[in-house]
Design a protein around this ligand. Sequence first.
Ligand code: 6PG
Length: 257
Amino acid sequence: MPAVPDIRIHSDSQSEAEAAAVFVLEVGNEAVRANGRFLIALSGGTTPETLYRVLASPAFADRFDWARATFFFSDERCVASDDPRSNYALAKTVLFNPLNIMPSQVYRMAGELSDPQAAASEYEQQLRLATKTLPSAQPSLDLVLLGLGEDGHTASLFPGASILRDHQRVIAATQSPKDPPNRLTMTLAAINRASVILFLVAGAGKAGVVRAILDPKTEAERRLPASLVTPEKGRLIWFLDRAAAAELPIHRQGTSA
Ligand code: 6PG
């Protein structure tokens, strides 16, 4: 039985990001208490920027021992690491630099490599080593942050992609209908092994796809990549602003603040 999502709705994207930041630090402190470290995968796109700015702000920066954090990425575009489209470039500017995160704490997907398959294999090795995962197992991160595209994609898992049916690989090279076309992505198997999966979605433009994922009416909606994110043992949390939640029926509205 898939985990029942915990849906948390906030009035606007700023208050949503602040609430999500409190939650991320709760998960981080829980992970440090249990294992002495916090393994977090960051998502891409533009939505996380507000969350990163909140986490790096004076009100939050001292509420967690950031030296205990190891950062991964749930996906990356195949561009240079300083390309404005790079998910790493955004995190470095808005989160890692302000928090003085050491390079050794960050596992960056080498999107700039000319061979995306090789980059995917290299990152899978790094992820397995960093999380002490056996070749036969899937790594389990403490928190995977995800965004949601209007077509129902998440990470760089796009509708109809063959990678959606791959239960072996952890990291894969894939294609995107959105620029840039070549991507590296965590697979569903890797994402679904996380202890906590957090969707952060904001804006009226996402209201339709949020309804399709959280209150699907058709098999096609149930097969959208974001609908296939169902943690094996972990928790699934959706942070939405009111605009993104606008088409949800009342029984799916979760908690509003
Ligand atoms: C990426 C992302 C992707 C993103 C969604 C939402 O690399 O593009 O990982 O899954 O989260 O497309 O993007 P926005 O936050 O920009 O709407």
